[in-house]
Design a protein around this ligand. Structure first.
Ligand SMILES: NC(=O)c1ccc[n+]([C@@H]2O[C@H](COP(=O)([O-])OP(=O)(O)OC[C@H]3O[C@@H](n4cnc5c(N)ncnc54)[C@H](OP(=O)(O)O)[C@@H]3O)[C@@H](O)[C@H]2O)c1
Ligand SMILES: *[C@@H]1O[C@H](CO)[C@@H](O)[C@H](O)[C@H]1NC(C)=O
Length: 310
């Protein structure tokens, strides 16, 4: 046994390297051709199609609803605040959506997720795009959290809230050869202090949907979105001072939502929005220690504020 393991340690790396060198050139050529095709790309016409959006009562989700409405899609809007949903629904109708329903639901509850998928299917008879957008943020150092059990709600909403809806929607999405759009976060790829649980919940989404992509094959398209900072309720006022990000430029929810729906209609696998955020991922890939050190230094040079805020 020990001998086999030793042999594998010696033999596998060079074999893997040779395989990689054989695969890489044709892969890169295909990738490049795909890139050229991308510029003239076909974009899905969503007029008349059915789109379910979670977290549609404000922020990015609300603007995603308007983007689909402008393109003539029929909408199922999900969130907990019904009064807010009502306003978004009427605005979406004005913008061109032929049929809008709203469903009050808490995505962290599995029975609610079953219900909103069932209601959408009962009303429309089909489902083409599922946009998993509902989410909550949490800014605090782990050791400063007043009650560790409270942090469950972040994972329950951001991670499980996405899993449940997806689970119940899959049969209908397979039938329509539909799409799932998942709103993760740059924080899921690029770890930063004070966002440990939030970032972990968003990183879990990336891993989950990369696995599902393998399970679904070409039946259901998946677009994983990692937005940087976007101006919404989530990132307004207190959040910005707490997270010490007053100086970082923020994107408007309109611009972010437009990029998301364009990307979903093109059938992209990933969207980094705004795209400059991608540079941070490169730093992490190439020199993670430098990045860690800088972030830790930033934190320890101003520890009081974050601690007070938590
Ligand atoms: N803003 C940013 O900078 C940024 C960056 C990266 C990623 N994101 C992600 O983008 C998504 C949208 O956030 P946002 O910035 O637009 O913030 P937002 O304005 O606070 O919107 C969050 C939405 O999620 C809904 N929601 C929260 N908990 C829910 C629950 N348990 N059940 C059902 N709906 C729930 C809220 O509606 P109700 O309160 O009415 O339920 C609201 O419609 C989130 O997943 C967030 O993590 C945001
Ligand atoms: C901590 O939070 C949990 C869940 O939110 C709650 O059930 C529990 O009572 C809280 N504990 C304390 C000491 O406040």
């Amino acid at each position: 046994m020990d001998m086999t393991r030793k042999l594998m340690n010696i033999l596998l790396p060079p074999i893997a390297l040779i395989v990689l060198l054989l695969i890489l050139p044709p892969y890169l050529v295909l990738k490049f051709l795909g890139l050229i095709k991308g510029f003239t790309a076909y974009s899905e016409d969503v007029a008349g199609k059915v789109v379910l959006i979670t977290g549609a009562s404000s922020g990015i989700g609300e603007q995603i609803a308007y983007q689909y409405a402008r393109r003539g899609a029929r909408l199922a809007l999900v969130a907990r605040r019904e009064d807010r949903l009502r306003g978004v629904a009427s605005e979406a109708r004005k913008m061109g959506s032929p049929d809008v329903i709203m469903i009050r639901a808490d995505v962290s509850k599995v029975e609610d997720c079953k219900r909103f998928v069932d209601e959408a299917i009962r009303h429309f008879g089909q489902l083409d795009h599922l946009v998993n957008n509902a989410g909550i943020s949490c800014v605090c150092l782990l050791e400063e959290a007043p009650n560790i059990s409270d942090l469950n709600s972040v994972v329950d909403t951001n991670f499980w809230g996405s899993v449940y809806g997806t689970y119940f929607a899959v049969p209908y999405l397979r039938k329509s050869q539909g799409k799932i759009i998942v709103i993760s976060s740059a924080a899921g790829r690029f770890q930063s202090p004070g966002a440990s649980i939030y970032g972990a919940s968003k990183a879990a989404l990336i891993s989950l949907y990369e696995s599902l992509r393998i399970e679904f094959g070409s039946d259901i398209g998946i677009t994983i979105v990692t937005p940087g900072l976007v101006k919404s309720e989530m990132t307004s006022g207190e959040f910005r001072s707490k997270a010490k990000i007053e100086s970082i430029p923020v994107e408007s929810t309109e611009d972010c939502a437009k990029a998301i729906v364009d990307s979903a209609c093109r059938g992209d696998r990933y969207l980094v929005e705004p795209s400059w955020v991608g540079i941070l991922f490169l730093f992490k890939l190439l020199c993670p220690e430098v990045l860690e050190w800088c972030l830790h230094w930033l934190l320890s040079s101003a520890p009081r504020n974050l601690k007070k805020a938590a």
